[in-house]
Write a protein that binds this ligand. Structure first.
Ligand SMILES: Nc1ncnc2c1ncn2[C@@H]1O[C@H](COP(=O)(O)OP(=O)(O)OP(=O)(O)O)[C@@H](O)[C@H]1O
Ligand SMILES: [Mg+2]
Length: 462
């Protein structure tokens, strides 16, 4: 059974007071240890992780502030209550700044202390419950750092779970920034190959002439500039995983050589006719539609089938807007931890969240990640991200959803404000399209002309 007894350390130099309080706390079910001065308190704290420390601020020798500091440094979750003499509330406030949870002033009623203790314990319980709920949420809606709760993402997690343990070749496709590389790494880390190398090569970033040697290695003198022998990426990834990024950009001859390598499971270094056996799991990634390239004769059909054993499609972010609040939370957690001094995770105003959910995100999750990093940096000292912290392209948006797709944000919305915005936007667009002809605008919206005129009147009044 969990130990629910609260362990409390009381630090007070007035023996009579200390003993009375200790006894009454024990009556209330606390397990109490007493310390008569700061030195003794610090010794006790070194030996045992108390739930609560109640300390007088004025102590001979090491004072209560120091005791508190020692307690909080050692146990960041400890509840520290300081007891101050009359007229030293200023000191109590200073102690709170140093990590105390609350204070009572002397002389105090015992009930007052009990009340302070109760509410501090309740606060701590809520705090750990929140942290727990959040970590559960993260675990439920993520796979190896890939966050998402939409149907396609949950299906993806399941697929990844199954295919990670196999050796099948995987073709990951999706627009830029949808997480293709993240998925490839997740597969590797979840596979029996995790102890060996994950090697990534971006086929579009390396000049055609160098790509072959980069992939397969070369021997000395194989071509001008090939001064030594060189191990290729395939060999580097032996027993591990190789990500061939932007595989659609490979030239015909290289596609041929890649196909042979995948079939034979061996490589030939450039300039050498000997073959080297390799055991590599290949993941290919592309942001173009390979079937179109195949149809256009730009990509070998046989290689396509060889790579596309297991297709993994990452939908663009605008098609899974319900993932946005979760991703926002995920990135805020990270940036608040990483950028500048660590701080509690920030929240996002509802207005800002509406924009985040209405935007099209052509750069997908990467663009969202960058927008939030910028917002956290701009929001110095505040606890909430506001609309003004978002990039200009989001500020120019109207609050209406830009496509028909809309999913309710985690924390809900202001219904009337939202619907009002949609209404205004539709009316504005219908008038724009009909060059201000109210009759035709009303037709476009399937409204009576009089209804449209009514609404327009109300709009201009507000
Ligand atoms: N579902 C997700 N959960 C958490 N982070 C994500 C998710 N999807 C993408 N990211 C983050 O977004 C950024 C872009 O992801 P990644 O580099 O994997 O995209 P990509 O599809 O390979 O893009 P490109 O085609 O431009 O190379 C990374 O920082 C990644 O960690
Ligand atoms: Mg990538």
């Amino acid at each position: 059974m969990a130990d629910t007894t609260k362990h409390l350390l009381i630090v007070e130099d007035e023996a009579a007071l200390r003993e009375v309080v200790a006894e009454r706390l024990a009556d209330q079910g606390y397990d109490v240890v007493q310390a008569a001065n700061g030195e003794e308190a610090i010794d006790r704290l070194a030996e045992f992780a108390f739930d609560i420390v109640v300390t007088d601020l004025r102590l001979p020798g090491i004072d209560g502030g120091k005791v508190l500091e020692a307690a909080v440094t050692r146990y960041p979750d400890i509840i520290g209550i300081v007891v101050t003499g009359y007229g030293t509330v200023k000191d109590a406030v200073a102690a709170i700044k140093r990590g105390a949870t609350d204070f009572v002033t002397k002389p105090f009623q015992f009930d007052e202390l009990l009340h302070v203790l109760d509410s501090a314990l309740e606060q701590r319980r809520l705090k750990s419950e929140n942290a727990y709920l959040r970590s559960q949420l993260e675990r439920r809606y993520s796979f190896e750092g890939i966050v998402g709760r939409s149907r396609p993402m949950r299906d993806l997690f399941q697929l990844l779970e199954t295919v990670s343990v196999t050796n099948s070749t995987i073709l990951v496709s999706g627009e830029t920034g949808t997480g293709k590389e993240l998925v490839a790494r997740a597969i590797h880390h979840n596979s029996p190959r995790r102890g060996n190398q994950f090697v990534a090569i971006n086929c579009s970033a390396i000049p055609e002439t160098l790509l072959e040697a980069e992939l397969f290695g070369h021997v000395r003198g194989a071509f001008t500039g090939a001064v030594g022998n060189r191990v290729g990426r395939f060999e580097q990834a032996h027993k591990g995983t190789l990500l061939l990024d932007e595989v659609g950009t490979m030239s015909g001859p290289l596609q041929m050589k890649l196909l042979r390598t995948l079939q034979e499971r061996e490589v030939e270094r450039v300039g050498d006719s000997r073959t080297i056996k390799v055991d590599v799991r290949v993941i290919a990634a592309t942001n173009s539609d390979l079937t179109k390239l195949v149809a256009a004769g730009k990509f070998r059909e046989d290689l396509y089938y060889r790579l596309n054993v297991i297709p993994v499609r990452l939908p663009p972010l605008r098609d899974r807007r319900e993932d946005i609040p979760l991703l926002v939370q995920h990135f805020l957690d990270r940036f608040c931890r990483e950028l500048g001094p660590p701080r509690p995770t920030m929240t996002v105003s509802q207005q800002a969240m509406r924009r985040l959910m209405a935007y099209e995100w052509p750069g997908n999750v990467r663009q969202l990640e960058n927008a939030l990093e910028r917002a956290v940096a701009l929001s110095a000292g505040r606890t909430q991200i506001e609309l003004a912290d978002l990039p200009p392209e989001l500020q120019e948006l109207s609050d209406a959803p830009s496509s028909g797709v809309f999913s309710l944000p985690e924390d809900g919305i202001d219904f009337h404000e939202y619907v009002g915005n949609v209404e205004r936007e539709l009316i504005r667009q219908s008038l724009e399209r009909t060059s201000g002809n109210k009759g035709r605008a009303a037709q476009l919206l399937n409204l009576k002309r009089t209804t449209l005129v009514e609404k327009l009147k109300r709009m201009t009044k507000n």
